[in-house]
Write a protein that binds this ligand. Structure first.
Ligand code: CTP
Length: 395
């Protein structure tokens, strides 16, 4: 995909500090970001922060002499794929709804020929005020997309609608606009993260899976237009906002949720690093330390993926093969053993917890290497491959 150019507008509000994180995530996702701040935004966060993150100078002034022909209001959005204003204050919404061009950012929004997305952020009473309701409705009628706001605790201590969506969610909404809708109308079930097999009330056996790959796959499926159910073991990650997320702990819990859901899904992508064993002699209470040797008895967990793929009418099943040696050979054996149309092989000595991975896709046609890249980018490539196989098979 060619590099997308985004103008990130920042207006005056406490949430302006989150715009710096948003800019960082956008750059990491491969977007070229040009920041334009209002005068008020500069009271909340410094331009130098955005300049360092994006690698481009930040503009505020209509009359900025750094723009060659003195036409900053046109030049900065020339060739831009979208303008995203985050946070968008109540005052900024009002000015936009009026078609005002009183500063550089509002002028850019008026003189644009690309989509405009706004992430409102303000005190809950300001958001509920009739004037703001009117302005928001007018902007939507004018074809502007409003992302949020969210409900929750606000900087002023009040609770209600007006919080800016989190940077992750804003990036998801933005990125989704640029992805081909290859999975529209399809339901995708994804498992992610490790499982945790209790030993006693406070201890257990798990593994080092971070969940990043599974969450990235869920996001990529959403971006491609699918309805997504994410069954996740314990991770520190925030699930994508638009996924139906079911949290589980042990492999047995994960199996129950997946078994229930599998029939209603077209595609099952099993990314979870399911623990192969559970503790048979588990204690309900915390085991006390004593002088004896403690023996844990381990019994095999059900194979969730094999369980689903061996059904008479399985969804289109995709496995992941975590290998530390003979990666492709072992992965292909797993693909055949579990009757999968596609398996994704990765080298766990490199992949676990890392942001960038190389993946090898193995299907009936042979092998396809996805050269090392960020897990989000790999997830999109994987979804493109799955969509192609799925469509060939069923359409
Ligand atoms: N898997 C599963 N349930 C299990 C074990 C694995 O659903 N109890 C799934 C994983 O999500 C993955 C695939 O099966 O998609 C392969 O997992 P992996 O751990 O690489 O292989 P195993 O089948 O467990 O074999 P081994 O541990 O011997 O390599």
């Amino acid at each position: 995909m060619e590099l997308k150019r985004i103008v990130l507008g920042v207006t005056g509000g406490v949430a302006a500090y989150k715009a710096a994180e948003l800019a960082r995530l956008m750059v990491k996702d491969g977007l070229d970001v040009q920041v334009v701040m209002t005068e008020a935004a500069r009271h909340f966060v410094g331009a130098a922060t955005f300049q360092a993150i994006t690698g481009h100078p930040v503009f505020t002034d209509l009359w900025d002499e750094r723009v060659d022909n003195g036409m900053a209001h046109i030049d900065l959005t020339r060739g831009a794929d979208a303008i995203l204003v985050a946070p968008a204050s109540a005052d900024f919404l009002a000015r936009l709804a009026q078609g005002s061009a009183s500063d550089l950012l509002s002028t850019l929004c008026l003189a644009r020929d690309c989509p405009l997305l706004l992430a409102p952020a303000m005190n809950r009473q300001m958001w509920e005020a009739p004037a703001t309701r009117r302005n928001a409705a007018q902007l939507e009628a004018d074809g502007v997309t409003l992302l949020g706001p969210d409900c929750g605790e606000q900087a002023c201590g009040e609770v209600g609608f007006g919080r800016m969506l989190e940077p992750d969610d804003l990036l998801d909404s933005l990125a989704a606009r640029f992805q081909p809708k290859r999975l529209t109308g399809l339901k995708v079930l994804v498992t992610a993260g490790p499982t945790f097999e209790p030993i006693d009330a406070v201890r257990g056996i798990s593994n080092t899976s971070s969940g990043k790959m599974g969450y990235a796959v869920a996001r990529a499926a959403l971006e491609a237009g699918a309805e997504v159910t994410l069954v996740t073991g314990p991770t520190c990650l925030t699930p994508p906002r638009d996924a139906r997320t079911l949290r589980v702990t042990s492999a047995q819990d994960m199996l129950s949720k997946v078994e229930e859901a599998a029939d209603h899904h077209d595609i099952f992508i099993s990314v979870a690093a399911v623990a192969d064993y559970y503790v048979l002699n588990r204690s309900e209470q915390k085991i006390k330390k004593d002088a004896h040797i403690l023996t844990l008895e381990l019994a095999p967990n059900p194979d969730i993926l094999a369980n689903i793929s061996s059904r008479p009418k399985p969804p289109f099943c995709v496995g992941f093969a975590a290998e530390s040696e003979n990666v492709e050979e072992y992965a292909e054996l797993k693909r055949r053993r579990k009757h999968l149309p596609l398996i994704v092989a990765n080298d766990v000595t490199e992949a676990v917890g890392a942001d960038e991975v190389q993946l090898v896709l193995l299907d009936e046609a042979g092998k396809h290497v996805l050269e090392k890249a960020d897990k989000h980018i790999q997830a999109r490539r994987l979804i493109a491959h799955i969509a192609q196989l799925y469509n060939t098979r069923y359409q």
